[in-house]
Design a protein. Sequence first.
Length: 353
Amino acid sequence: MGLMDFIKKQFIDVIQWTESDEGTLAWRFPMADMEIQYGASLTVRESQMAVFVNEGQVADVFGPGMYKLTTQTIPVLTYLRNWDKLFQSPFKSDVYFFSTRLQVDQRWGTPQPITIRDKDFGAVRLRAFGNYTYRVGDPKLFHTSVSGTREIYTTSELDGQLRGMILQHISGAIAQSGIPFLDLAANQGTFADVLRKELDPAFAAIGLKLEGMTLQNLSLPEELQKVLDQKIGMGMVGNDMGKFMQYQTAQAIPEMAKGAASGGGGVAGDAMGLGAGIAMGQVLAQNLQQGLQGGANPGAGAAAAPVAPVATAAIRPEDVMDTLEKLGELKAKGILTQDEFDAKKAELLKKLI
């Protein structure tokens, strides 16, 4: 083998990339000290794009296909050094390949609850998670703004940045969608579409294209979920005072049982406070029913006579105030609305009179 043949073998005549690792977004063709042969072949496969960089500047971008590297395919070659020298004018440039296939099942989520404005609750702290899909849409922009001269750039290195972008836009997307929190679970697809449109410009600014976004779950922190459960329970009983007291009793019984089993006094004390309100409601309901029965059956006067002193003694202003205080606490926690509180307050005062 002659010296000339040996030297020519140091020139690159085929440039290509067979993607082997999952999650690779950008890969630099290994040049070392070798130079590209004039007229060499560049092969860019489907789901790839290639960027030629000469002396730090992007010279050209190639889509899928096979190219002969000449002054016709890369006009900048006419300005390279050694154009009229030996070895058919080899030249040195950096070649970067970019994967344009879908990067699927990328996860996002809220590590801490985020606060949003809501039509029903005013302000809500919620958690959410889902996944998204994207691809490299503008390799030149992605190269100059993100991957740079790195030998390899992967999805894992970009993951934190993209998650931060998503979290930054969630509150705006919920506000733009106009969907109350209670309806979000039934409109997850609509919200995901709004979130994707909200994020499109941010992804495009770094050369990426957001192809899909899903919302898999929305939830409240545990303490807020309990309040919501109570409000839902109150919504089921409406303004029926008897049902309201039954509901509160049902809520208190498990805690009272725990307190009795453990011998603790904290829960029992709370239950006693709640019991005052429950007892008041039961007395009011009982006396109202007896009063109605007495009006409908005049002959029952002998049986009804002793009831009047009991009722008079039971309906005391302080009992009414205790019950109103309990209702006020439920309103402050968001379990009762202002209208519900006013209705129950009027009902109690009316029965007191």
